[in-house]
Design a protein around this ligand. Sequence first.
Ligand SMILES: Nc1nc2c(ncn2[C@@H]2O[C@H](COP(=O)(O)OP(=O)(O)O)[C@@H](O)[C@H]2O)c(=O)[nH]1
Ligand SMILES: [Mg+2]
Length: 334
Amino acid sequence: MQDPVSLFERARAGDRRTLARLITLLEEGGEAAARVGAYLFPYTGQAYVIGITGPPGSGKSTLVNALARAYRERGETVGIVAVDPSSPFTGGALLGDRVRMQDVAGDPGVFIRSMATRGSLGGLARATGEVVRALDAVGFRCILVETVGAGQVEVDIARAADTVVVVQAPGLGDDIQAIKAGILEIADILVVNKADREGAAATVHILRSMLSLGGPALIRHHGQQMVVQGVAPTASGWTPPILQTVATAGKGIPELMEAIEAHRAYLERSGEGESRRRRRMAEELSQRVRERLWADVVRRVGRARLDGLVEQLARREIDPYTAVERLLAELRNG
Ligand SMILES: Nc1nc2c(ncn2[C@@H]2O[C@H](COP(=O)(O)OP(=O)(O)O)[C@@H](O)[C@H]2O)c(=O)[nH]1
Ligand SMILES: [Mg+2]
């Protein structure tokens, strides 16, 4: 196999096929990935990462495409990472994203990567982080990460961005269940896309209520009383703006970019950006250490012993507290 470090150097020099291979290598993980990941790390920290998340069909890919084009017009290089866990099952989502992103696909200043879930969701979150870092290291200055805001992992992936844009659409947003409180909490900017459709104003209204309320409250919607779970106002000095866009027509895109710019300025001014970045580093460090230690435990105690303990736990022959103490004692003595 080719030396991973030379792969990186070639990718950094602008060889896109090598970049694609580098990313595959990072996705696969393992020793080579760790080596190149360590090598490219000092080159990172230059890109601005924007997370675009929301329910399927809300227009995230279309928005990403429109944003990418707009950033290109400003002369910025754009990396796009589309995370779509449904891809391996439907087979169609990937293609759909590709088609919609065709606009920017031929442009050498844009690099598009679709990620599919392989193995665990936790693995996906990590792989996405590594891919974003690789794009950063080879020089893409603006990185757009699209995720379906469905589960905790997708929320975590989006949360790793500098600015998180949460996308809703009329109809989708009318169903209050579709607006997960967890997703609103991570929103730096809210976008009601498909503003050309009926019900956009109502969706904006619901979102505004949810944002401004500290707790659950009754609101009237379509003439009906409904309970809305509010999102407690953040301690920070940033209030997420609610914008309307028509991604297919490029409407509202300049305003969205302005909002992203304003949020970026806020992050810098308040020091919040720096503390977010530190928090993410601390999380990564802790996660990697735990993984390494656990792998070490598995290696030293052996799978069979662990399986045996789980079996005993399941039969209530041992309690989890004692099981941990026993394992640690075995490690100390072994
Ligand atoms: N009417 C309307 N349709 C849109 C708009 N934005 C996206 N769409 C369409 O909505 C569908 C889903 O868009 P897509 O970007 O794939 O959504 P995603 O699943 O969130 O990535 C596509 O057929 C888009 O053409 C919009 O602003 N207005
Ligand atoms: Mg999409």
